[in-house]
Ligand binder design. Structure first.
Ligand code: SAH
Ligand code: SF4
Ligand code: F3S
Length: 453
């Protein structure tokens, strides 16, 4: 019998990857994915705990789903099961069942391979099933390989968890200690993704550049070494990795950016703040000058490298002068894209209990100033592409018939006339126009263009 599964994903790319893996682990048990909760027999919310807003969204969504379920029962239809997965499930566990006792299943990020068993248990027994332990066995040993055709760009988790304990962050608690998959497991998954049509591999990890997995030679491989091996695989046109920590931008990884042509010249390197005292209170382990030096070294080996970043404004103790140091750093480095957030006090993290909490009005005002500067830099970056010929990886059909859409190494979508091109091609494209959220371009058949990925 076909059972219908709906998954709503919040938070980071790791959750997107995990949602696919959950669907795959349920597929052999007759579950197929549907497009809306209305048609589903099981609704999974794959949640994010990073900021208060993200976590609260889950409860309002659960309230909506509970009403949907009641309406179905009132119509005489069978009710659907409600499951909560991801980082809120991990962080709140039992507390979640107290606040929303109508949930059927709570499953943390390390227990997804147990979903079929948990569903069976739920069907057998009364009461919710809860799985938020960190098992010794790895979920990766159990989840089946991705099947069927993959999109051109595929996520591949290589590392999970974090040992950094930045004072504001819940991730070390929700994802657990840093763990790297073995090189053999990653290469096998990469081959299967490539065989399914993927041309770009995006390596994922909460601290992806802290990767230190066991290699086939029995030694520990770094991310740089892993990237070299992946670049050798047949069919790889572009490689990316996210999210990195500045402290783990080692010399060999920086050099890899100069050495590996398919490694995209684009790096998400969260800096969080430009003030050294704030960085220290955050326990980030680097200064603003360290960060600038890393960027200089990267640009020395790969001059077309662009950066994106994350920022937190209004961290406890942040004064106007500290905030201005953040603005200065942004002006000095120049970002192609960035995300800025108001500090959100997360239960159980050291920063939540620090003195000098900043008023929301001040946070809002700083956020607006920072976002204005970042938006101006992003616009300038995109506009500077007009007239340049850059490598574009064709992703799929565009807006109009005959059009295709692809992406530059810096991730902007480019719309172009698709005649003679296929999905999965990497071709030189001259950028002709810059719109608010995309670019337009022209394929230069026969040209080599600049850049390599
Ligand atoms: N591992 C990554 C970040 C993962 S969380 C790193 O080390 O940079 C993604 C982003 O959310 C962070 O970079 C940070 O900017 C933001 N963030 C995390 N905790 C936050 C909090 N308590 N309040 C506001 N923003 C937060
Ligand atoms: Fe969170 Fe990233 Fe810091 Fe780890 S390194 S604690 S994931 S912000
Ligand atoms: Fe959110 Fe968990 Fe990712 S807290 S950002 S879903 S690791």
């Amino acid at each position: 019998m076909n059972k219908r599964l709906f998954i709503r994903t919040y938070g980071c790319q790791m959750n997107v990857y995990d949602s696919d893996r959950m669907a795959e682990s349920l597929a052999p048990h007759g579950w197929r994915r549907v497009q809306s909760p209305e048609e589903a027999d099981l609704v999974v919310l794959n949640t994010c705990h990073i900021r208060e807003k993200a976590a609260e969204k889950v409860y309002s969504e659960l309230g909506r789903l509970r009403r949907l379920r009641a309406e179905r029962v009132a119509r005489g239809e069978p009710p659907m099961l409600l499951a909560v997965a991801g980082c809120v499930a991990q962080a709140e566990g039992e507390a979640m069942l107290e606040r929303a006792p109508y949930i059927d299943l709570v499953v943390g990020p390390q227990a997804y391979h147990r979903l079929p068993e948990l569903l069976a248990r739920r069907a057998r027994e009364k009461g919710a099933a809860l799985a938020t332990d960190f098992p010794v066995e790895s979920k990766f040993d159990h989840l089946p390989e991705r099947s069927g055709p993959s999109p051109v760009s595929a996520y591949l988790t290589v590392q999970e968890g974090c040992d950094k304990f930045c004072t504001f962050c819940v991730v070390p608690y929700t994802r657990g200690a840093e763990a790297s998959r073995t090189v053999a497991a990653i290469l096998a998954e990469a081959r299967s993704l490539l065989a399914g049509g993927a041309r770009e591999l995006v390596l994922l990890g909460q601290n992806v550049n802290a990767y230190h997995g066991e290699g086939p030679d029995g030694r520990t491989w770094s991310l740089a070494r892993l990237l070299e091996a992946l670049a050798e695989l047949e069919g790889v046109l572009r490689l990316r990795y996210t999210t990195s920590h500045p402290k783990d931008m080692t010399a060999d990884l920086i050099e890899a950016h100069g050495r590996i042509p398919s490694l995209a010249p684009y790096l998400h390197l969260p800096v969080q703040a430009g003030s050294d005292s704030v960085l220290e209170a955050m326990n980030r382990g680097y200064t603003a000058a360290d960060y600038r030096r890393i960027v200089e070294r990267l640009r020395a080996v790969r001059p077309d490298l662009a950066l994106s970043s994350d920022f937190i404004v209004g961290f406890p103790g942040e004064r106007e002068a500290d905030f201005e140091a953040t603005l200065d750093l942004v002006r000095q480095v120049g970002f192609a894209q960035a995300y800025a957030f108001k500090f959100s006090a997360r239960p159980g993290t050291p920063a939540a209990a620090m003195r000098g909490q900043v008023k929301d009005a001040v946070k809002a005002e700083r956020l607006a100033r920072l976002q204005a500067l970042l938006a101006e830099q992003a616009r300038a970056f995109n506009e500077a592409l007009v007239g340049r010929t850059v490598p574009v990886l064709i992703d799929g059909p565009g807006r109009h018939p005959g059009q295709l859409v692809g992406r530059t190494p810096w991730q902007q979508p480019v719309h172009l006339d698709g005649a003679g091109l296929s999905v999965g091609d990497l071709v030189p494209v001259t950028i002709t126009r810059c719109h608010a959220h995309s670019l337009a371009g022209r394929w230069e058949a026969g040209a080599t263009g600049e850049g390599r990925a």
